[in-house]
Design a protein around this ligand. Structure first.
Ligand code: HEC
Length: 148
């Protein structure tokens, strides 16, 4: 009796580890969008640095990375679409505004027009803010169960 209880008991930590992994993975989803956002955040910092040094080439090179940021994989998109429901079209429209504003920023940088670059950068930041104010906290609550 004792000798065949042991292997079964030994499975308990394994099962616990598997469950922990599964629940943790769920709590961390969707993570690709967050990575995309973090990349957008650092691209914006590169742009700020470029503006400070009047390095319009750097700004012109970085703006398209913001405009054409990668998208999460299909499986994650499906979860986002399911969560957004009817709001998905607004979410997409706001993403489109960021895309458009980043293209404008790139154009201004190509023209090496400092004032125009700064105005375009401000507009771009407003498009980030618009989506964050509307969606971020609900999104984070829903997918991570946390406030931030
Ligand atoms: C269409 C909506 C939308 C737009 C536009 C948008 N974001 Fe986000 N952003 C989100 C959502 C949703 C989150 C929360 C994602 C998460 O925590 O998984 C987020 C989170 C972030 C974060 C925090 C990431 C972290 O580690 O918690 C940063 C930084 C960020 N965005 C930068 C930007 C920048 C910069 C722009 C504009 C160039 C931008 N975002 C435009 C929806 C958007």
């Amino acid at each position: 009796m004792k000798s065949d209880m042991k292997p079964r008991l030994a499975l308990i930590p394994l099962l616990a580890a598997v469950l922990f992994t599964i629940t943790n993975a769920r709590a961390d989803e969707p993570s690709v969008l967050r990575q995309v956002m973090q990349a957008l955040g650092s691209d914006m910092q590169v742009v700020t640095g470029g503006i400070a040094r009047e390095d319009w080439q750097l700004v012109a090179k970085t703006a398209p990375l913001i405009a054409k940021h990668p998208q999460p994989p299909l499986s994650e998109k499906v979860r986002i679409i399911r969560y957004m429901g009817a709001e998905m079209s607004l979410f997409k429209a706001l993403d489109g505004e960021t895309h458009q504003a980043a293209l404008e920023l790139g154009k201004a940088a190509d023209e090496q027009d400092g004032a125009k670059v700064i105005a375009a950068f401000g507009k771009l930041q407003q498009t980030c803010l618009a989506c964050h104010q509307r969606f971020r906290s609900g999104f984070v609550q829903h997918f991570y169960g946390t406030d931030k």
